[in-house]
Ligand binder design. Structure first.
Ligand code: G6P
Length: 206
């Protein structure tokens, strides 16, 4: 979801950066690439590790709540115009072709965001951070999604903007189309700039 269908990855980055600043931990855009697709708790652990900071569980919970509070403030105004190029057209095309659609996200805010975008009804299943136990790069999120849809990984295409997500897709035996930079998402079977560059026929090559 974040960074594939909606431009919310920048708000996760902004909120993590604010949190890192408050802890005096330097945090770069390159480091942020490693957080994409990674759960809230695992993201915090990585940031604390980069800053060589050890905190107790209570403090970690407070920091995660703070990060989420800031993130929710940033996404307050999210609306259909924040969908990334080609998203709405591609969802429509898939629906018309009778292809099942699942959402696989590490975010616990996915339903809120999908409602703001007005596209929740496109999805035949939603597997998100409230359901899964293991964060990407573990393939649980996609395996659960495929099971819900009644399809095999080998007949499913995962769309991912995150390194951890591409790793998860490949580890689960899925085909994977990367959305973004081919130098970063080099494990994907194909990398495109946005969903604007994908058609139903693109999926037939797999
Ligand atoms: C997505 C984003 C991550 C985010 C994670 C958890 O995978 O790519 O940047 O940390 O979801 O999101 P949440 O909304 O539950 O904090």
């Amino acid at each position: 979801m974040d960074g594939v269908i909606v431009d919310t990855a920048k708000f996760h980055f902004k909120a993590w950066q604010r949190l890192a600043d408050s802890l005096s931990i330097p945090f770069t855009e390159e480091q942020n690439e490693q957080l994409k697709g990674v759960s809230r708790v695992d993201s915090l652990e990585k940031i604390l590790q980069w800053g060589n900071l050890e905190l107790n569980n209570q403090k970690k919970l407070e920091l995660m709540e703070l990060k989420n509070k800031w993130y929710l403030e940033y996404v307050e105004e999210v609306n259909p115009s924040d969908m990334l190029p080609g998203t709405f057209q591609f969802l429509n095309e898939l629906k018309n072709a009778g292809i099942k659609i699942g959402l696989g996200s590490s975010s616990k805010n996915s339903i809120l965001i999908l409602k703001k975008l007005g596209i929740i009804d496109f999805f035949d299943t939603i597997v998100d951070g409230n359901i899964i136990h293991m964060s990407k790069p573990h393939p649980e999120v996609f395996l659960k999604g495929a099971k819900d849809l009644g399809v095999e990984p080998s007949e499913t295409v995962v769309f991912e903007d995150a390194i951890s997500g591409v790793q998860a897709a490949k580890a689960g035996g899925f085909h994977c189309i990367g959305i973004g930079d081919s130098n970063i998402l080099n494990l994907a079977d194909l990398v495109v700039k946005s969903l604007e560059d994908v058609k139903v026929e693109t999926l037939h090559q797999f």
